[in-house]
Design a protein around this ligand. Structure first.
Ligand code: TSX
Ligand code: MN
Length: 596
């Protein structure tokens, strides 16, 4: 239940303390002094190793069994199963609560219970939302301080508005007296549970990432997507970019990509094109609200970046490297260098000869094992990013003129194309697909649908979510809505070689999209949408032939003939709630491909 009185927060804290039976209760204020105190606790417990080479930064390793989000243990507990939909695990809320109450009973024994008030969005912002996380993990306290606006200011706002999401977390490892603690307590029995109708999150058994930092995926995506459906906004798995063209016109772009597609790299893009400037507003989550002018405004509800470390380096993302250089960061499951710095695969061209691996074992270059876990992370303040745009903390957000959807596909999807209209754009989001990489699943090259890159983060029925997206066209005029594009940086030739150089060169695709937004059109209608005309994508100073450009932009009849049945199966899977408008889009696509 939503908190309505001033005392409800205290009542809830008392109630949870009675259930979980901690030794101590500590209310977080978010101060410098407190941060030092928490870090010292973590150093003393040997959870944190201070880095000699980066100020106020720490190396940390998790239990090898607790390294990623646990999607098969993640639940949406709405009253009706049909409100969770076919893409979510569901259980009756009362049934789930009784399971959880048993697990949480005494789960904080011997530990300190931290009360962590936090804001998603700037404190006091029109569209900001609040939460209080209760956790028995000091690592979570330190991380929440980076990833959210945590402490006194948020608490004041909660006391003013009496509104907050209750986010309960326990690593599920009560500490018996006289028994020495482990560095990463957790429990093999994990539950990540959202109760959207009650605005509650209960998370048990894991201390890692999205399982434990409840402001991020659990709140800002799962709970907020449900609230967006009810209140008329969108909570999306999107980065937000500010792009300034040589004539000083500013465009803001939001982009949704599944994991392992380089979202953080694009968010901090260092453009290859002369005279173009790209700045960062956010790298993972965007809340989109209508402004008084009928346009969609995006804000980043987070305060930091929780980025995948391997593959982040001076060549692929120099701005992320500069962000962490400034310190104040937590590195989890990467390798430690002998001189007290962090390292991971892909950070530098030169590989250190000796490291301590994420498993805390001696590691030498040439080892068959990775030094860092593929899902190892840096956790660092967004304010330290050299490309952060000044308006990243605008309480009203920034007006979005284009939305990109994209995934990792060897074939079929061209480098870039534009939706004909909003409804077609929603079709592109609903059919977003990506090929699995080894890092994610172990299975390589399997095409998976990941609608709007939200598959693991939807707090309600995917069909209702598609309808919600479609409905925005009846709230405002089509003209006010962002133009929608689909991109694929990952298309390969017959020999398996990437056709497009990607990274900084993606600024050429941004340029074309912005020209389209500005009505300086250089596109043609194709069977799948608007495709750049030959020569429309700026390839100056890029060693790529017109023939190769044609190949990376090609729409192949036979490839699409293979694709359409896959989309058909996906829509069938969504079931009765699949909007008819999107079935119409599929029929139209089928006709277009047939008549190619
Ligand atoms: O992040 C990526 N982006 C977006 C950058 C702004 N990656 C890394 C994905 C893993 C997280 C990419 N990988 C991109 C890309 O645009 N493109 C590719 C594929 C690719 C990889 C290497 C080369 C070219 C393309 N070039 C050489 O190896 C020289
Ligand atoms: Mn993400």
């Amino acid at each position: 239940m939503q908190t309505k009185t001033l005392d409800n927060l205290q009542e809830w804290v008392d109630e949870i303390a009675l259930l979980t039976k901690p030794d101590k209760i500590y209310w977080c204020n978010g101060s410098e002094l407190e941060s030092e105190h928490i870090n010292n606790i973590l150093i003393e417990k040997k959870v944190f190793t201070p880095l000699k080479k980066k100020p106020r930064s720490f190396w940390c390793t998790s239990d090898p069994s607790d390294v990623a989000r646990v999607e098969d243990r993640t639940f949406i507990c709405s009253k009706e199963e049909s409100d969770a939909g076919p893409t979510n695990n569901w259980m009756d809320p009362d049934e789930m609560k009784s399971i959880l109450e048993e697990l949480f009973d005494g789960s904080m024994n011997g530990r300190t219970m931290y009360v962590i008030p936090f804001a998603m969005g700037v404190v006091g912002g029109r569209n900001s939302k609040y939460g209080v996380q209760i956790s028995d993990s000091p690592y979570v306290v330190a991380s929440m301080r980076i990833m959210t606006r945590m402490g006194e200011e948020a608490l004041k706002e909660i006391r003013k508005t009496h509104e907050f999401v209750k986010a309960l977390h326990s690593v599920g490892a009560p500490l018996l007296s006289g028994v020495e603690d482990v560095t990463w307590p957790c429990n093999p029995n994990k539950y990540i549970v959202q109760f959207p109708e009650d605005k509650e999150i209960w998370s048990f058994g894991s201390g890692y990432g999205g399982n434990a930092l409840l402001g991020k995926k659990c709140y800002a995506l799962r709970i907020a997507s449900y609230l967006g459906w009810k209140e008329g906004f969108l909570a999306e798995h999107m980065l937000i970019l500010k792009v300034t063209s040589p004539d000083k016109i500013i465009n803001y772009i939001a982009a949704a990509f599944p994991s392992a597609c380089g979202k953080t790299n694009l968010a901090m893009l260092d453009p290859a094109l002369q005279g173009w400037k790209v700045e960062t507003i956010g790298d993972d989550i965007a809340w989109l609200h209508f402004g008084d002018d009928g346009r969609l405004y995006a804000s980043n509800p987070e305060n930091g970046f929780f980025g995948v470390a391997p593959g982040t380096g001076w060549a692929t993302n120099p701005n992320a490297m500069r962000t962490i250089e400034l310190g104040n960061s937590i590195f989890t499951n990467v390798a430690l260098t002998d001189d007290g710095d962090v390292w991971w695969e892909g950070m530098t061209e030169e590989i250190p000869t000796h490291l301590t691996s994420w498993k805390r074992q001696s590691w030498t270059s040439g080892s068959s094992e990775l030094s860092s876990h593929p899902n190892s992370r840096f956790c660092t303040p967004a304010s330290q990013c050299p490309t952060i745009a000044p308006e990243w903390e605008n309480p009203d957000g920034v007006p979005i003129s284009a939305i990109f959807f994209g995934g990792r596909r060897d074939s079929t999807l061209p480098l870039v194309f534009q939706a004909r209209n909003w409804q077609h754009g929603v079709f592109l989001g609903a059919t977003l697909s990506s090929e699995t990489t080894a890092a994610a699943t172990g299975e390589v090259g399997v095409v998976r649908r990941d609608p709007f890159a939200m598959l693991p983060f939807l707090g309600y029925h995917a069909g209702d979510y598609f309808k919600h997206w479609l409905s925005l066209a009846s709230v405002t005029s089509e003209n006010n809505l962002p133009k929608i594009f689909y991109v694929n940086w990952f298309r390969k030739d017959r020999n398996g070689k990437f056709l497009w150089p990607g990274f900084s060169e993606n600024s050429r695709v941004l340029k074309w999209a912005i020209e389209q937004v500005r009505g300086e059109t250089s596109s043609r209608e194709s069977a799948i949408g608007l495709i750049p005309l030959p020569g429309a994508i700026d390839t100056e100073n890029l060693n790529i032939s017109p023939e190769l450009m044609a190949e990376v932009l090609n729409v192949s009849k036979s490839e699409w003939e293979n694709e359409i049945p896959l989309i058909h199966k996906w829509f069938e899977f969504i079931g009765d709630k699949m909007p008819l408008e999107l079935w119409d889009e599929l029929s139209f696509l089928e006709e277009n491909i047939a008549s190619m």
